[in-house]
Design a protein around this ligand. Structure first.
Ligand code: SF4
Length: 219
């Protein structure tokens, strides 16, 4: 997909969602046990609304259409549960991409959450998201209240609009959406927290962001 920087991440989300979904299926390229969080069953997807300079999946997310394994929510849940059984894990996640690019990927995710909660009632699902589409469509967030086993980690890509644009390639005006998502999730009582690639910023920048988040009602 030809891309001029900075780009409109909403348009990119729409285009990428078309590439990575078919009916209720989404493109994945790998299922694996991962050592993070003390051990977590991980489904690696492709397709993101951003294109972060440091993304470990940059090339896959730049050209997601070259992958061909479309999986139903049932296939994703089954594969993840098999890994969890084998490794005695109680944690699940989707990684490598943005789980929510639009409505189709959102409802795919909801189905995966439902199936895992049913199959593994005592487990936790960690939703690692850039928070962009969730902040744009806050009406979708009430759906998360059905899942007491859900934890949402919203990765803020920059400490301000300028660093956000530089890192993600997305227009700086969209910086606020992940912050809106965090505030709404907190209001709904969904357990969520902000994350930041701390190595990229100095202490003063991070403190400034912390003060801004507190002022915005985010713990
Ligand atoms: S938001 Fe995450 S998955 Fe998307 S490009 Fe950035 S680092 Fe990669």
């Amino acid at each position: 997909m030809a891309l001029a920087f900075p780009f409109d991440p909403l348009k990119r989300s729409e285009q990428v969602e078309v590439q990575v979904t078919k009916d209720n299926k989404r493109l994945y390229y790998r299922f694996r046990p991962a050592p993070y969080y003390g051990g977590i069953a991980t489904a690696d997807a492709v397709g993101c609304s951003f294109l972060c300079a440091y993304c470990w999946n940059y090339n896959r997310n730049l050209n997601p259409e070259r992958f061909k394994e479309f999986c139903t929510p049932q296939q994703v849940a089954d594969k993840l549960c098999r890994i969890a059984d084998k490794k005695s894990y109680g944690l699940f996640r989707i990684s490598g991409a943005e789980p929510v690019l639009g409505e189709r990927t959102f409802f795919h995710l909801m189905e995966v959450l439902k199936l895992i909660q049913r199959k593994k009632p005592g487990s936790l699902f960690i939703l690692e998201t850039n928070g962009f589409y969730l902040g744009f469509r806050t009406d979708l967030l009430t759906g998360f209240k059905e899942f007491p086993n859900l934890r949402v980690r919203v990765c803020l890509k920059g400490v301000d609009e300028e660093s956000f644009e530089k890192i993600t390639g997305a227009e700086k005006d969209f910086y606020r959406f992940p912050i809106v998502a965090l505030r709404e999730l907190e209001g709904l009582g969904v357990k969520a927290w902000p994350a930041l690639m701390g190595d990229l910023f100095d202490r003063e920048d991070i403190s400034r962001l912390e003060r801004f988040l507190r002022k915005s009602g985010i713990r």
